[in-house]
Write a protein that binds this ligand. Structure first.
Ligand code: EPZ
Length: 430
C-alpha cells in the first residue's frame, strides 16, 4: 500500500488548478445509463472512484471510452444493458454505486444492487432511496445482501415507474440524485421535497435537462419532474471540485503561504470562505474562476458546524480541524451529518493536537505545535485533514493507507509539490 511522506514547515506559494468534481462526475456518469445514445462527459477527474464507476457501467454492458489528454473525457454508450446489476465486489469499494439504482429502474424497471454497508464515517443507510422508489411503484426486497427492485409489469414498456409526491425525511445528496434520475422517465409528474441543494445535484439536473428531461426547481429544495418517454445523448462538462478547492484554501491559510486557486467556482465556496476569513485567512475572489488565499496573519479560533449546502460541508470538516489546531483559542466543531466522522482527530492528537471529543462535538484548543509521526488515513477527507496537519508539522509525517485519498483527489502529490510542499509518494505492495 502506498504512503505519503511529508516534511512540514513549508509555506505554499504559487498556482494550483482545480480538477472536476468527483461527486458530480459520479451521478453524471450513472445518468448516461438513462439513454441508448452517446453521452460525452468532460472534466472527469482521474481518481479511483471514477475508474470504479467506469468498471460498473462496463459490467452492465455500457461501452465506456476514456481519453486521457488533456483532461479525462469519457464517452459512454449504453444501447443495451444486459446486466442490471451492481455486484458486491464493486459496491464494497465504492458506495456511490447505489447511484445506478435510479437510472436502471427508470430505463429497465429492474435492478439488483449490492446493499452498501456502513463505512468508517457512519452507518449510511439507503432507506430513503428505497422508500422513494416504492412510492413510485417499485417492489423492493433485500435478500442475500442485495437490493432486488422491480416495477411490476410486462416487458420494458410496461415497467415504468409512476410519478409521485415524495418528501425526503432527511436531506440526502445521492438520494436526491437517484430519485431525480428515476423520475425523468417515469409516467407523469414527480414532486420531490426537502431535496439536497448541493451544486453537484444541480450539475446533474443541468445535464439531465440537456438529455431532454423536464425539470424545474434548480438549486432549490423542491424539484418538479415531468417524465418523458425517452432521453437522448448529450455532451456535458462537470463542475469544479468544491472540496478540493476548499482543501487548497486551507492549505494556503494553514502554511502561511499564498495560493492562486484557478479553474474553481467561487460561488460554491461561500461558507468555507466566510469561516476561513473569520479564522484569520485573507481570501479574495480574483475573478469568476480564481480564488486567492493568503495566510501569515495569526489564525484565531472560530466555531464551525457542518450543514447541508449552502452550509459548511461535512467533507471539509477534517481539513477545518487541521486548521483549528493552529488557531489561537478554543474552536468548537459540531458534526451534524455523519455520526462517526472524527477518526482523524485521534491521529491529529498523536501529532500533538489538543482535541477532545464528546458525541458530535469536538473542541480543539490551539495553537498546538504538531510533530510528524506515522498516521493512518481512515477515509477520503480524513486523509486530507492529516495531509494538511503534516504540512505544518515539525519533521516528517508518514500517512499510511493513502488509497483513501486516491479515491477523490487527482494528482494531489504533484499539485502540492508544485506549490512548494515537500511531499512524496512511496509505493508499497498492494
Ligand atoms: C454524499 O454522500 C457524498 N457522496 C459524500 O461525500 C458527502 O459526505 C455526503 O453526501 C454529505 O454531503 C457523494 O456525493 C458520492 P447523504 P451520501 O445521503 O449521498 C443519512 C466524500 O468524501 N441518510 O447526503 O451518501 C446518512 O446516513 C463523500 O466525497 C439516511 O439516513 O450522503 C447521513 O447521515 C463521503 N438514509 C445523512 O443522511 C438514506 O437513505 C446525509 O447522507 C440516505 C442518507
Amino acid at each position: 500500500m502506498d504512503k505519503f511522506l511529508i516534511r512540514g514547515g513549508k509555506a505554499l506559494r504559487g498556482t494550483v488548478a482545480i480538477s472536476g468534481a468527483k461527486n458530480s462526475a459520479l451521478p453524471v456518469m450513472a445518468a448516461a445509463l438513462l439513454t441508448a445514445e452517446k453521452v460525452a462527459i468532460h472534466n472527469i477527474p482521474k481518481v479511483r472512484d471514477l475508474i470504479t464507476m467506469s468498471k460498473l457501467l462496463t459490467f452492465m454492458d455500457a461501452k465506456v471510452t476514456v481519453t486521457e489528454v488533456p483532461a479525462s473525457d469519457y464517452v459512454i454508450e449504453a444501447p443495451r444493458l444486459n446486466h442490471a446489476e451492481a455486484p458486491y465486489e464493486l459496491v464494497k469499494t465504492m458506495r456511490a454505486s447505489i447511484l445506478t439504482l435510479g437510472p436502471l429502474m427508470a430505463r429497465l424497471g429492474v435492478a439488483r444492487i449490492s446493499l452498501p454497508g456502513g463505512c468508517a464515517i457512519g452507518a449510511r443507510p439507503v432507506d430513503l432511496h428505497l422508500k422513494a422508489l416504492e412510492r413510485m411503484g417499485a417492489e423492493i426486497t433485500t435478500s442475500h445482501g442485495y437490493i432486488e427492485a422491480k416495477v411490476p409489469g410486462n416487458g420494458t414498456k410496461g415497467r415504468r415507474l409512476k410519478g409521485a409526491h415524495i418528501v425526503f425525511e432527511k436531506i440526502t445528496v445521492t438520494g436526491t440524485e437517484n430519485i431525480l434520475m428515476a423520475a425523468t422517465l417515469a409516467d407523469g409528474e414527480t414532486i420531490l421535497e426537502n431535496c439536497a441543494r448541493e451544486p453537484e445535484v444541480t450539475d446533474l439536473l443541468v445535464m439531465l435537462r440537456k438529455m431532454g428531461a423536464q425539470i424545474e426547481g434548480d438549486g432549490t429544495a423542491t424539484l418538479r419532474i415531468r417524465g418523458v418517454a425517452e432521453l437522448h445523448g448529450t455532451e456535458h462538462s462537470v463542475i469544479p471540485d468544491r472540496i478540493e478547492t476548499g482543501t487548497f484554501l486551507v492549505a494556503g491559510a494553514i502554511t502561511g503561504g499564498e495560493l492562486a486557486i484557478t479553474n474553481c467556482e467561487p460561488e460554491h465556496q461561500g461558507a468555507v470562505i466566510a469561516k476561513l476569513k473569520q479564522a484569520g485567512a485573507c481570501i479574495e475572489i480574483a475573478d469568476k474562476t480564481t480564488l486567492r488565499v493568503r495566510g501569515g496573519k495569526k489564525l484565531v479560533a472560530s466555531n464551525m458546524t457542518t450543514e447541508e449546502f449552502p452550509g459548511f460541508a461535512t467533507d471539509m470538516q477534517a481539513q477545518y480541524m487541521a486548521l483549528a489546531t493552529q488557531a489561537e483559542g478554543a474552536s468548537v466543531i459540531t458534526e451534524t451529518i455523519f455520526e462517526n466522522r472524527y477518526l482523524h482527530a485521534s491521529e491529529m492528537i498523536r501529532m500533538g493536537a489538543n482535541i477532545s471529543i464528546e458525541g458530535r462535538q469536538a473542541v480543539v484548543h490551539g495553537p498546538a505545535p504538531l510533530s510528524g509521526t506515522t498516521v493512518q488515513a481512515s477515509d477520503l477527507r480524513a486523509s486530507a485533514g492529516l495531509m494538511l496537519a503534516g504540512l505544518v508539522a515539525n519533521g516528517e509525517t508518514v500517512i499510511e493507507r493513502v488509497y483513501h485519498i486516491d479515491r477523490g483527489y487527482e494528482r494531489i502529490v504533484e499539485k502540492l509539490g508544485a506549490v512548494g510542499a515537500e511531499i512524496e509518494r512511496v509505493h508499497g505492495p498492494a
